[in-house]
Design a protein around this ligand. Structure first.
Ligand code: UDX
Ligand code: UDX
Length: 458
């Protein structure tokens, strides 16, 4: 089919490239000319494993095109996806300006019956607004249906998620439109859930909110484990074996970030509030996560007593591994808190240094290797579990740091491996490993602050 995708960002670009792989004629439109020029040259503006080879393949075979012109994008389209960003406003509500602009622009260029498919995550009721806006502007002799088709792509594995998702959700008021959208994905053999528009919009929010709830829940359990001397990894294994709970999304750490969970949980709390149903549980999930993100700084202060003038190596900037995306990343909270304490930060990340430099400028130092980030550091904080960090030799902490103190926000290393090194290692939900360091007399004073029950475990 002839498909147009509006917005060539993390979601739109992956959707467009994968639809071309399914054999459709796809044209992606974006207001960002620089991005479109890059894409025309077969270069991906985002770091997404597996994307660029398919991008080049379908540019070469003429199935995939990029443009900034709405006329070029929409005049032949049978299906038009909307995948523009729906960022969070400062008050926690969703910024729908880009969605509404797309809904106002598209009908002016449509020449034939078509289906508008909203991929972006939008508050319940938005697709009805899109439907009204389009009907006020469309040519009279053209039929336009609006369908909600939320995405469940995880950054860093979006290509895999597109081809191997658990379900396709289609919300539509017309069964014919729903069947047309279903037919697009048929070759994937993924179960299709066809429902009404409002339920489809809610499925997206409820899914992300539930996943965020699992993360905050396990992080609370981890905090209690630390205090009673239990080990979160053992507890997670024990509860995750129950099919009703499942082992996924139970990885304790310094909390969730990204362009989805923080925004979507806030949006759902707002939505509930608007219909006089205070979503207390989800508000608690958000509060736990906000606290979790600054946990490494609290632990650093406990160990070093003061962070003023200290040099901290921050390993990992992206909100998760295998992406360059730093939106709402825990690392940004950590940097802010460290700078408030007067510490100097040197950050390493395999992919997110350019985005961070653009965001923070030279308020921090940037290191292209882990070793150079660790050089003379008083402590290291791990914020993202990149393989480069997980598989680094533990010797580098002793070799390059002024004192080998590691606060691991993503439990990258096993306690057993750490034991063989002179590293003070604080992780999440597991007993602390405190070692004597030459010039860290103050550290010894802190030793007693940890619960004695954990001492015998070491
Ligand atoms: C997507 C979904 O839109 C969002 O709802 C979901 O929750 C997260 O994933 P994302 O693809 O990450 O957002 O947004 P972004 O990477 O910012 O891409 C949006 C693209 O739309 C950008 O390339 C931007 O230039 C483009 N855009 C924005 C337009 O083409 N037109 C506009 O009017 C606004
Ligand atoms: C999420 C949803 O998974 C996806 O379905 C939706 O379409 C978009 O939002 P994404 O935000 O890209 O995807 O990444 P995800 O892998 O879900 O991780 C989100 C955050 O949760 C990351 O900061 C990650 O570090 C954190 N996380 C994830 C945990 O802390 N523990 C876990 O067990 C899993």
């Amino acid at each position: 089919m002839n498909i147009a995708v509006t917005g060539a960002g993390y979601v739109g670009l992956v959707t467009g490239v994968c639809l071309a792989e399914l054999g459709h004629e796809v044209i992606c439109i974006d207001v960002n000319e620089e991005k479109i020029e890059m894409l025309k040259r077969g270069r991906s503006p985002i770091y997404e494993p597996g994307l660029e080879p398919l991008l080049e393949k379908h540019l070469d075979n003429g199935r995939l095109h990029f443009t900034i012109s709405p006329d070029t994008a929409y005049r032949k389209a049978e299906i038009i996806y909307i995948a523009v960003g729906t960022p969070q406003k400062h008050d926690g509500t969703v910024n729908l300006d880009f969605i509404m602009k797309a809904a106002e622009t598209i009908p002016q260029y449509i020449k034939r019956d078509c289906i508008i498919c909203t991929k972006s995550t939008v508050p319940v009721g938005t697709n009805d607004k899109i439907q009204r806006l389009i009907h006020e502007r469309k040519p009279p002799d053209v039929r336009i249906d609006v369908v909600s088709n939320p995405e469940f792509l995880r950054e860093g594995c979006a290509m895999t998620d597109f081809f191997n998702g658990d379900r396709i959700v289609i919300g539509a008021s017309s069964t014919e439109a729903a069947s047309t959208i279903e037919s697009i994905y048929l070759p994937l053999g993924i179960p299709c859930i066809k429902t009404d528009i409002k339920s489809a919009e809610m499925i997206k929010y409820a899914s992300n909110a539930f996943l965020a709830t699992k993360i905050s829940f396990i992080n609370e359990i981890a905090a209690i484990c630390e205090k009673i001397g239990a080990n979160i990894e053992e507890v997670t294994k024990g509860i995750g074996s129950d099919k009703r709970i499942g082992p996924h999304f139970l990885q304790s750490g310094i909390g969730y970030g990204g362009s989805c969970f923080p925004k979507d949980t806030q949006a759902l709390v707002q939505l509930a509030g608007n219909v006089q149903h205070p979503f207390d549980l989800l508000q608690a999930v958000i509060q736990v996560n906000n606290r979790q993100q600054s946990l490494p700084v609290r632990k650093a202060k406990e160990l070093l007593s003061s962070l003023k003038g200290k040099k901290i190596a921050l390993l990992g900037l992206s909100f998760k591994p295998n992406t360059d995306d730093i939106r709402e990343a825990a690392s940004l909270t950590i940097i802010h808190e460290l700078q408030k304490e007067g510490a100097a930060v040197t950050a390493f990340d395999p992919a997110a240094l350019p985005n961070t430099l653009q965001h923070l400028g030279n308020s921090i130092q940037y290191a292209v290797t882990i070793e150079s980030a660790l050089q003379n550091a008083d402590a290291a904080i791990i914020a993202t579990e990149w393989n480069e960090i997980k598989h680094a030799s533990l010797d580098i902490y002793e070799k390059y740091m002024r004192t080998a103190i590691v606060i691991d926000g993503r439990n990258c290393y096993s306690l057993k491996d750490i034991q063989n090194h002179n590293i003070t290692y604080i992780s999440i939900g597991r007993p602390p490993i405190i070692k004597k360091h030459a010039d860290q007399a103050s550290l010894n004073a802190k030793e007693k602050t940890y619960d004695e029950t954990t001492a015998h475990l070491l």
